[in-house]
Design a protein around this ligand. Sequence first.
Ligand code: CU
Length: 184
Amino acid sequence: MSKTSVLLVALAGLSVAACGAASETEEHAGMEHGNMHHAEAGDTAALQPLVDDGVMPVIDVRAAWMRPHPGGRDVTAAYFTIRLSEGSVDRLLSARIDGAERVELHGHTMSADGLMQMRPIGPQDVNNEGPLVFTPGGRHLMVFGLATVVEGEEATGTLVFERAGEVPVTFAVRNMPPGMPSEY
Ligand SMILES: [Cu+2]
């Protein structure tokens, strides 16, 4: 085997390993945009409206952060944790990031051949049973067409809920989640 082909094999192994964990930004490079929009529309159409129980939710968004753009790319991922006030229910419909062309809610699913794949997910219900967590390797915001952000900056945006409406969020741009002592 030549030196070049050994290197290519090593790189292929790396990118597969990255899919399940930290690299939504890397993984996205191989995705087909046309199919993504199809999946999103289908998910949204099937939803029933939330029952209005008279309790307006108070949304608590913590640990909002965004990865710096990988070199040469205009796509990155953002994360947060949402909790609701006692006794309330709501649904995260969509998100916006100021200055971005488009933001999608993404999740990971296991494909038939055992690879983790990202795909757009529909609105996400949230209640008091536990926080709604967007985290590397799980649900995340995919941010398209935002001017490059680097570690230490901030990005502002809006989470849109079915009942609580628009909730402003500030994302800290950093390489790892807030409160994590080391790279995971
Ligand atoms: Cu994604």
